[in-house]
Write a protein that binds this ligand. Structure first.
Ligand SMILES: [Zn+2]
Length: 597
């Protein structure tokens, strides 16, 4: 995750010239002043949010909420004022800034102040409901989402899993009414600034029409879907062996509570149920064990992450990063532990906020977060409106492309692993990767497939739950563990729905990270199977990477993609190439089994 509070403030500018025809020079002046002021306000909001997330109290929450609340009001006003330049022919850079300004609010508010306040209050209350959500057992024991995730990752008792799955989803029905009101109000805001609905506004952020973007997603999904089906078939078969055909129908959808995660979005936690025996010589690649063996503490894990980037020629992180970041959970106060990367002054004040544990998954997350930080620093000299990823998928994909290069060869090079395992260990390693990165793809896609239809009205409030499960069946091939009805509101049990955070970026990122990774491998001169490539130490790869990162959002994203990859289209081909040995292996195992549901 990245904390990117893009804020826009426009203070009482003289708009008395509204009745005369505006000029391009006026538009430029409007934007210059806006950017200067926005930049200042962004720093204030960042500081308020940083303090709030590091010291959660009623006061810090109120202060952060005030700052964000004000920004929504001012941005709405600013977008309204910018309308007068709509019909002007502007230079491409300036026109792009006006477009980005219009797209900057995820939930555009109605102009009417009372409606805007109502929308903000609902938004905050939904986010709060999710944050406070707990499942309380009859004996009075209450489980928050962290406890539920932990339990669902390790329990193999289908009844216990069903109980907590149901318990967690019970937090959402009270959100349902407010959610549909929120949809109506933000749609009104979207229409007032010229979009059909909020979904159309979200889809407009990809340098193509909303229709073209939808079609492009469909193309990408069809490209990677066969690999997903092979994985789904294999996992369903092994789960049916474990739980029996009455619980896991061998030719139907997989029950959503059995995949090691409350949303069945990543399946890595059921790896041990899949009956894969690892090559004895290669079992050593347990990153958690390697980190512990070296007695690494959280800060030194981050040093390894930084070391990957500096090996490619990036400058080290500034001293303030090490002084101001949060690396471990404080014992004496509440903090938001959810990992995030920050750029407080939009220049050099980079930080991460994480409660790092010495384990492999946190090692990967560190690289993910540092990817955000190195991106932020690379585009720091861009004008304020362009200080962002080429599109939102890019920002999420940078660190993950680096994380893919944490291969056994890399671990060996930096002295964490003694012996590089033989190629015979590749299948177990690839399967582990696929359970998270491939299993996620249809989930990453379906959330906004549902939401775009909700915003457009194609899905009516009376059908929220039914349509949710129809899409989960269609894309993921999963089903709820028991009958659901419109008395439920299962979408609200997912953070990004309750908190209104767009989700397609994560689908895109899971495709793009492989595309970036393949390009960096090529640039480093690597030849060989893609899954074994690391570009650690390659200055050539680093230089090319930096060239793309430094562009920020100044140009349409295909231009940025082309700089690194030579390609102008998002392409699932790199992901397929990476997993090709696994796909072949899965299809051999799956022979005679029904594919699909
Ligand atoms: Zn992120």
């Amino acid at each position: 995750m990245k904390s990117l509070v893009l804020v826009f403030l426009f203070l009482a500018m003289n708009v008395s010239a509204q009745n005369t025809t505006p000029t391009a020079a006026e538009a430029q002046e409007f934007m210059n002043r806006a950017e200067a002021q926005l930049s200042d306000l962004a720093v204030k909001v960042n500081r308020a949010s940083w303090v709030q997330e590091n010291f959660i109290t009623d006061d810090t929450q109120a202060m952060a909420a005030d700052a964000i609340d004000e920004v929504t009001a001012v941005t709405t006003q600013l977008v309204e004022q910018a309308k007068r330049f709509n019909d002007l022919k502007l230079p491409a850079d300036l026109a792009r800034k006006f477009m980005l300004l219009k797209l900057s609010l995820t939930a555009p508010a109605p102009k009417d102040a009372a409606l805007r306040r109502a929308m903000t209050e609902i938004g905050v209350s939904l986010d709060g409901d999710y944050g406070k959500g707990k499942y309380c057992r009859k004996n009075g024991e209450c489980l928050d989402i962290t406890a539920i995730e932990k339990l669902m990752s390790t329990s193999r008792d289908p009844e216990a899993l069903k109980e907590v799955w149901t318990g967690w989803h019970a937090i959402a029905p009270p959100m349902r009414q407010r959610y549909s009101r929120f949809v109506a109000l933000s749609n009104q805001g979207a229409r007032e600034i010229g979009f059909k609905d909020v979904g159309a506004l979200w889809r407009a952020g990809y340098d193509m029409t909303p229709e073209e973007f939808s079609a492009d997603l469909e193309r990408l999904w069809n490209q990677v879907r066969p690999l997903y089906l092979s994985l789904h078939t294999y996992v369903r078969w092994k789960l049916a062996e474990k739980y029996g055909p009455n619980i896991v129908p061998p030719d139907g959808p997989i029950p959503a509570h059995l995949l090691g995660n409350p949303w069945a979005q990543e399946w890595g936690n059921v790896y041990d149920l899949l009956g894969v025996t690892e090559d004895k010589a290669g079992v050593g690649v347990n990153v958690t064990e390697l980190l512990k063996k070296k007695n690494l503490d959280p800060k030194s894990m981050v040093k390894y992450g930084e070391g990957f980037f500096t090996s490619m020629g990036f400058a080290p992180l500034p001293p303030t990063f090490w002084e101001r970041s949060l690396f471990t959970k404080p014992a004496d106060r509440d903090v938001v532990c959810h990992a995030s990367a920050w750029d407080l002054d939009n220049m050099d004040d980079l930080r991460v906020k994480m409660c790092i544990q010495v384990r492999g998954t946190d090692f990967v997350t560190i690289h993910h977060e540092l990817g955000h930080n190195f991106y932020q620093r690379a585009y720091k000299d861009q004008p304020f409106m362009f200080k962002n990823g080429a599109n939102d998928g890019f920002h999420e994909a940078i660190g993950d492309a680096i994380a893919l290069a944490i291969t056994p060869e890399y671990l060996h090079k930096v002295g964490l692993l003694e012996n590089v395992p033989p190629a015979s260990n590749d299948i177990p390693e690839l399967l582990k990767q696929a359970l998270d990165r491939v299993a996620f793809l249809p989930f990453g896609l379906m959330i906004d497939q549902w939401r775009w239809k909700v915003f457009s009205g194609e899905i009516a409030p009376a059908d929220y739950n039914k349509s949710w499960w129809a899409l989960r069946l269609k894309y993921q091939g999963v089903a709820p563990p028991m009958a659901r009805s419109e008395a439920d509101f299962d979408p609200g049990a997912k953070y990004h729905v309750a908190a209104n955070v767009p989700y397609t970026r994560y689908f895109l990122a899971h495709i793009l990270e492989f595309q970036f990774y393949r390009a960096l491998c090529r640039e480093s001169g690597y030849k060989g199977p893609l899954n074994r490539c690391t570009f650690y130490g390659s200055k050539e790869a680093g230089a090319k990477f930096n060239k793309m990162l430094a562009m920020g959002q100044s140009k349409p994203w295909p231009d940025a993609l082309e700089v690194l990859t030579g390609e102008r289209q998002t392409d699932g081909g790199a992901l397929l190439e990476y997993f090709a040995p696994l796909k072949q292996w899965l299809d051999e195992q799956n022979k005679g089994k029904k594919v699909g549901w």
